[in-house]
Each structure stands twice: as C-alpha cells, then as structure tokens.
Design a protein around this ligand. Structure first.
Ligand SMILES: Cc1cc2nc3c(=O)[nH]c(=O)nc-3n(C[C@H](O)[C@H](O)[C@H](O)COP(=O)(O)O)c2cc1C
Length: 413
C-alpha cells in the first residue's frame, strides 16, 4: 500500500557501518509511495556510493555543498522535506546536531528545516552508552527530535549491546506512523486559499493581495496532523503541497462549485481564501477601451462560499478568516462569527507589511465562549498552532453534541 504517497522524505546518510542498510531504506520508502532525496555526508561517501542512492531514489544525490544546484539547496531541501530521517545517525552527527552546527550540507538542512527530525542512531555500544552521547540525545529529544532505536545485538566490531541501526522496514513503518498519529487522524478537511479573480473583460479582473500562504500552511498542517486534505485554491504563486488534493479555481463562483461537493463530505472546513465580496455585474466580451471621462463599474454580490457551506443542513465544523484593517479585531471577529453562523473565526490585521502577501502573521481565534491570540510567527508555524486549536474545538463540539444526543434519547425513553 502507498502509505507514504506524496510525502517528501529526506534521508540523511552518515559515515557509519550501517550506511549499506540505508539503500534498502530508500527502496522501501519509495515502494511505500514517498519521494525520497538523499543527502550524504562526506564520511558516508567512504562507506557507500552515491550512484546506489541515485538509482534507488530516482533523484539526484547531494554529497555536500559542491552538489549545490540552485545556490540555496540547503534551504530548498529544508523546505522540501516533510520528514528528515538521518539513518544511520553517527555519534559525531548527534553531537553536531545537538550543537546546531551548519558547517556541512546535512547540518545546515537540519537547522533550516521545520520538518520533524527523526534520528536512527548506529554506533558501537560503548559510544552509545557514553554520557556525552546520552546528553546529546537528551538535548535533541527535548528539542523535538524523535530518536528511532537503536536496536541491540551483535555489532560489526564484535561487541554485543545497544547501537544497531533499526532495520529499514521498521524505520519506514515509523515514518508512516509519524504521519498518522496526529490530532486530525481519520478526519476529512477542506481548505480554501488565495484570492479570487472576477473578470471585467477578457484581460482585466478585480482581485486582492492574498498570497494564499496562510491557507496553504493550514492545509499542510492539517495533513501533518493526519487529516485527508482537499485544498481549493485561487490563483497563487505557490507550489502544490505534497499529499494534498489540490483544485485550482479562478472566480468566487468556481470556488463555490469546487468546494460544495467536498464540504458535504468533510468534517472540518477552513475558509482561508480571500473571496471577492463583489464581482462586475457584467463581463465585457471584448477588452474595454479607454474612453473620455471616467467609467463607473456596476458590481453585484459574489458567491459567499463560507456562508453557503455553513448553511448546509449538516455543516462541517466551519472556520472563517477575517482580514481587518482597523484595530478593533476582537469586535469584528465575534461579529463575523455570529453573522456567518460559524464555529470559529481567525482574525488578523492586514495592511502594508502585515497579513496579506507576508510570510508572518498574527491570529486572533474566537469561538463561542472563548478566544486565544496566536502571537506573531511564520505562517507555517501559525498553521500548525491554528490546526491544534481547531482540533481541540472540534473535539469539544463533538463531545457537546454527543452528550446532547444522549440526553435527548434519555428523555424520549
Ligand atoms: C570503518 C569505520 C566505521 C565507522 N562506523 C561508525 C558507526 O557505525 N557509528 C558511528 O557513530 N561512527 C562510526 N565511525 C566514525 C565516523 O565515520 C566518524 O565519526 C565520522 O566523522 C562521522 O561523520 P558524519 O556523521 O558526518 O558522517 C566509523 C569510522 C570508520 C573508519
């Protein structure tokens, strides 16, 4: 089964005896549907050839800075990865990671990436037991790294004890599980993102400054939390996120038509798109020509995607976004939640340098009887925190609905 379908796995291979097992790891991860890219350390090249990984991954292999293709490969690969698995992770690599060193490509990628870091240690049992190694591991664990293994048994040096790299099949299973255990496992989530374009004539349109970054970040975070995610996106300059079913649309009406069938079958609907409120009442068939004096545009209301989904007979848990240019965020957020009849509003201030088209944001989340402020952060990290909060509120609503249903049944017995 393609349990890793669409996932981007970056495998870091270090200079240890177990490097030969990483070839099988790459093969199995690809067989499970993942795209795999391999970054080898300089020492790893002493143990196994890059060509093996190139053939098994069907991707280029990075051996060090000299293999840089874009001039910024350490950042590109850091962003590309959904998971970084360092296997084998040598004692020396653990020490370097603990120190946050970036003096080789693998170190720089690990430092620059927001992807979860998984480490599969492999070393002599005495190296493993050494307090220096154990202290490094404790520090890495505290920072969120997942230590996979090691196993125990006979070692290449003749010793017996802990320090064997876990078998490739076990590591691929751990990778798979790492995508499953999230707060939204088993749920379907639909996210809208980006602006819409409402045509005035064949070449001009009304639109807005939405970049789609917040919606895309929410979609990726929902997928990371284990959900099956569909993303309906207006025109943006962002790549399709891996593992997310993407539908590209242009107008508010297109967005409505693409979203409704998905929303009927989903558990959570996150409306992050900046959908036009108005569209031109007519679209000229030919390009409008310059004319003497001004021109008045007649506008009519565009489709209200969020309100339409919220008004469905059994609506999903609905989250709307409110972009405001004045300071009274809290007031606007509560008002929008009530007027749209939705479960949660994520409000943010927009204007020069904040909100739209920016990499950072702040979000005020409001729901019935509560609110929380997510302070300024990258949209990637805000997406994760937003999804955590949505998962909490979704569960709380489910509990309330279930206890209400039980109460009603009791009373009708
Ligand atoms: C034959 C040989 C085998 C080695 N095996 C291991 C090993 O299994 N685990 C380990 O932590 N270090 C091992 N080392 C030491 C590492 O190769 C060395 O610490 C290196 O600097 C690791 O660099 P890297 O983590 O950047 O790949 C071995 C060295 C040699 C010469």
């Amino acid at each position: 089964m393609d349990f890793l379908s669409g996932k981007h796995i970056l495998v870091g291979v270090c200079g240890g005896i177990a490097a030969y097992k990483s070839a099988e790891l790459v093969r199995l991860a690809r067989a499970a549907g993942a795209r795999v890219r391999v970054v080898m350390t300089a020492s790893a090249a002493e143990f196994i050839g890059a060509r093996t990984f190139q053939a098994l991954s069907a991707e280029p292999v990075w051996r060090d800075w000299t293999d840089d293709r874009s001039g910024m490969d350490h950042i590109d690969l850091a962003r590309w990865a959904d998971r970084i698995l360092v296997a084998p992770a040598t004692a020396d690599r653990l020490a370097r990671l603990a120190q946050g060193r970036a003096d080789d490509l693998l170190g720089a990628i690990c430092l620059a990436s927001q992807a979860p870091l998984m480490l599969a240690p492999s070393m002599n049992q005495a190296m493993w037991r050494n307090p220096a190694t154990q202290d490094n591991l404790a520090l890495l664990r505290r920072r969120g790294a997942r230590i996979c293994g090691p196993g125990e048994g006979e070692q290449a040096c003749g010793d017996v004890g802990p320090g064997r790299m876990l078998e490739p099949g076990v590591l691929v299973q751990m990778l798979t599980d790492s995508f499953r255990n999230g707060a939204l496992a088993g749920l379907k989530v639909v996210v809208t993102a980006g602006p819409t374009r409402e045509a005035l004539d064949p070449v001009r349109y009304l639109s807005n400054r939405s970049s789609g970054k917040m919606g895309y970040a929410a979609a990726v975070a929902a997928r990371e939390a284990g959900a099956e995610v569909a993303l309906v996106s207006g025109p943006v300059a962002l790549p399709a996120p891996a593992g997310v079913a993407l539908t590209r649309v242009e107008t508010a009406q297109d967005m409505l038509e693409a979203t409704l069938p998905l929303a009927r079958a989903c558990d959570i609907f996150i409306a992050a798109a900046a959908v036009a409120d108005y569209r031109p009442a007519t679209t000229a068939a030919q390009k409008l020509k310059r004319q003497a004096g001004g021109r008045t545009l007649a506008l009519e209301p565009a489709a209200d995607v969020l309100a339409t989904v919220a008004a469905m007979p059994r609506p999903p848990f609905c989250v709307g976004f409110a972009a405001e240019t004045d300071d009274n965020l809290q007031h606007h957020a509560h008002k929008k939640r009530l007027s749209k009849g939705i479960d949660m509003v994520a409000a943010n201030r927009v204007g020069p340098g904040v909100g739209f088209d920016s990499d950072e944001n702040t979000l005020l989340l409001v729901w019935e009887g509560g609110q929380t402020m997510l302070e300024q952060d990258t949209k990637t990290r805000l997406g994760v925190r937003l999804i955590e909060c949505i998962a909490d509120r979704f569960r709380a609503r489910q509990t309330t609905t279930e206890s209400h249903a039980e109460h009603t049944t009791e009373n009708t017995r």
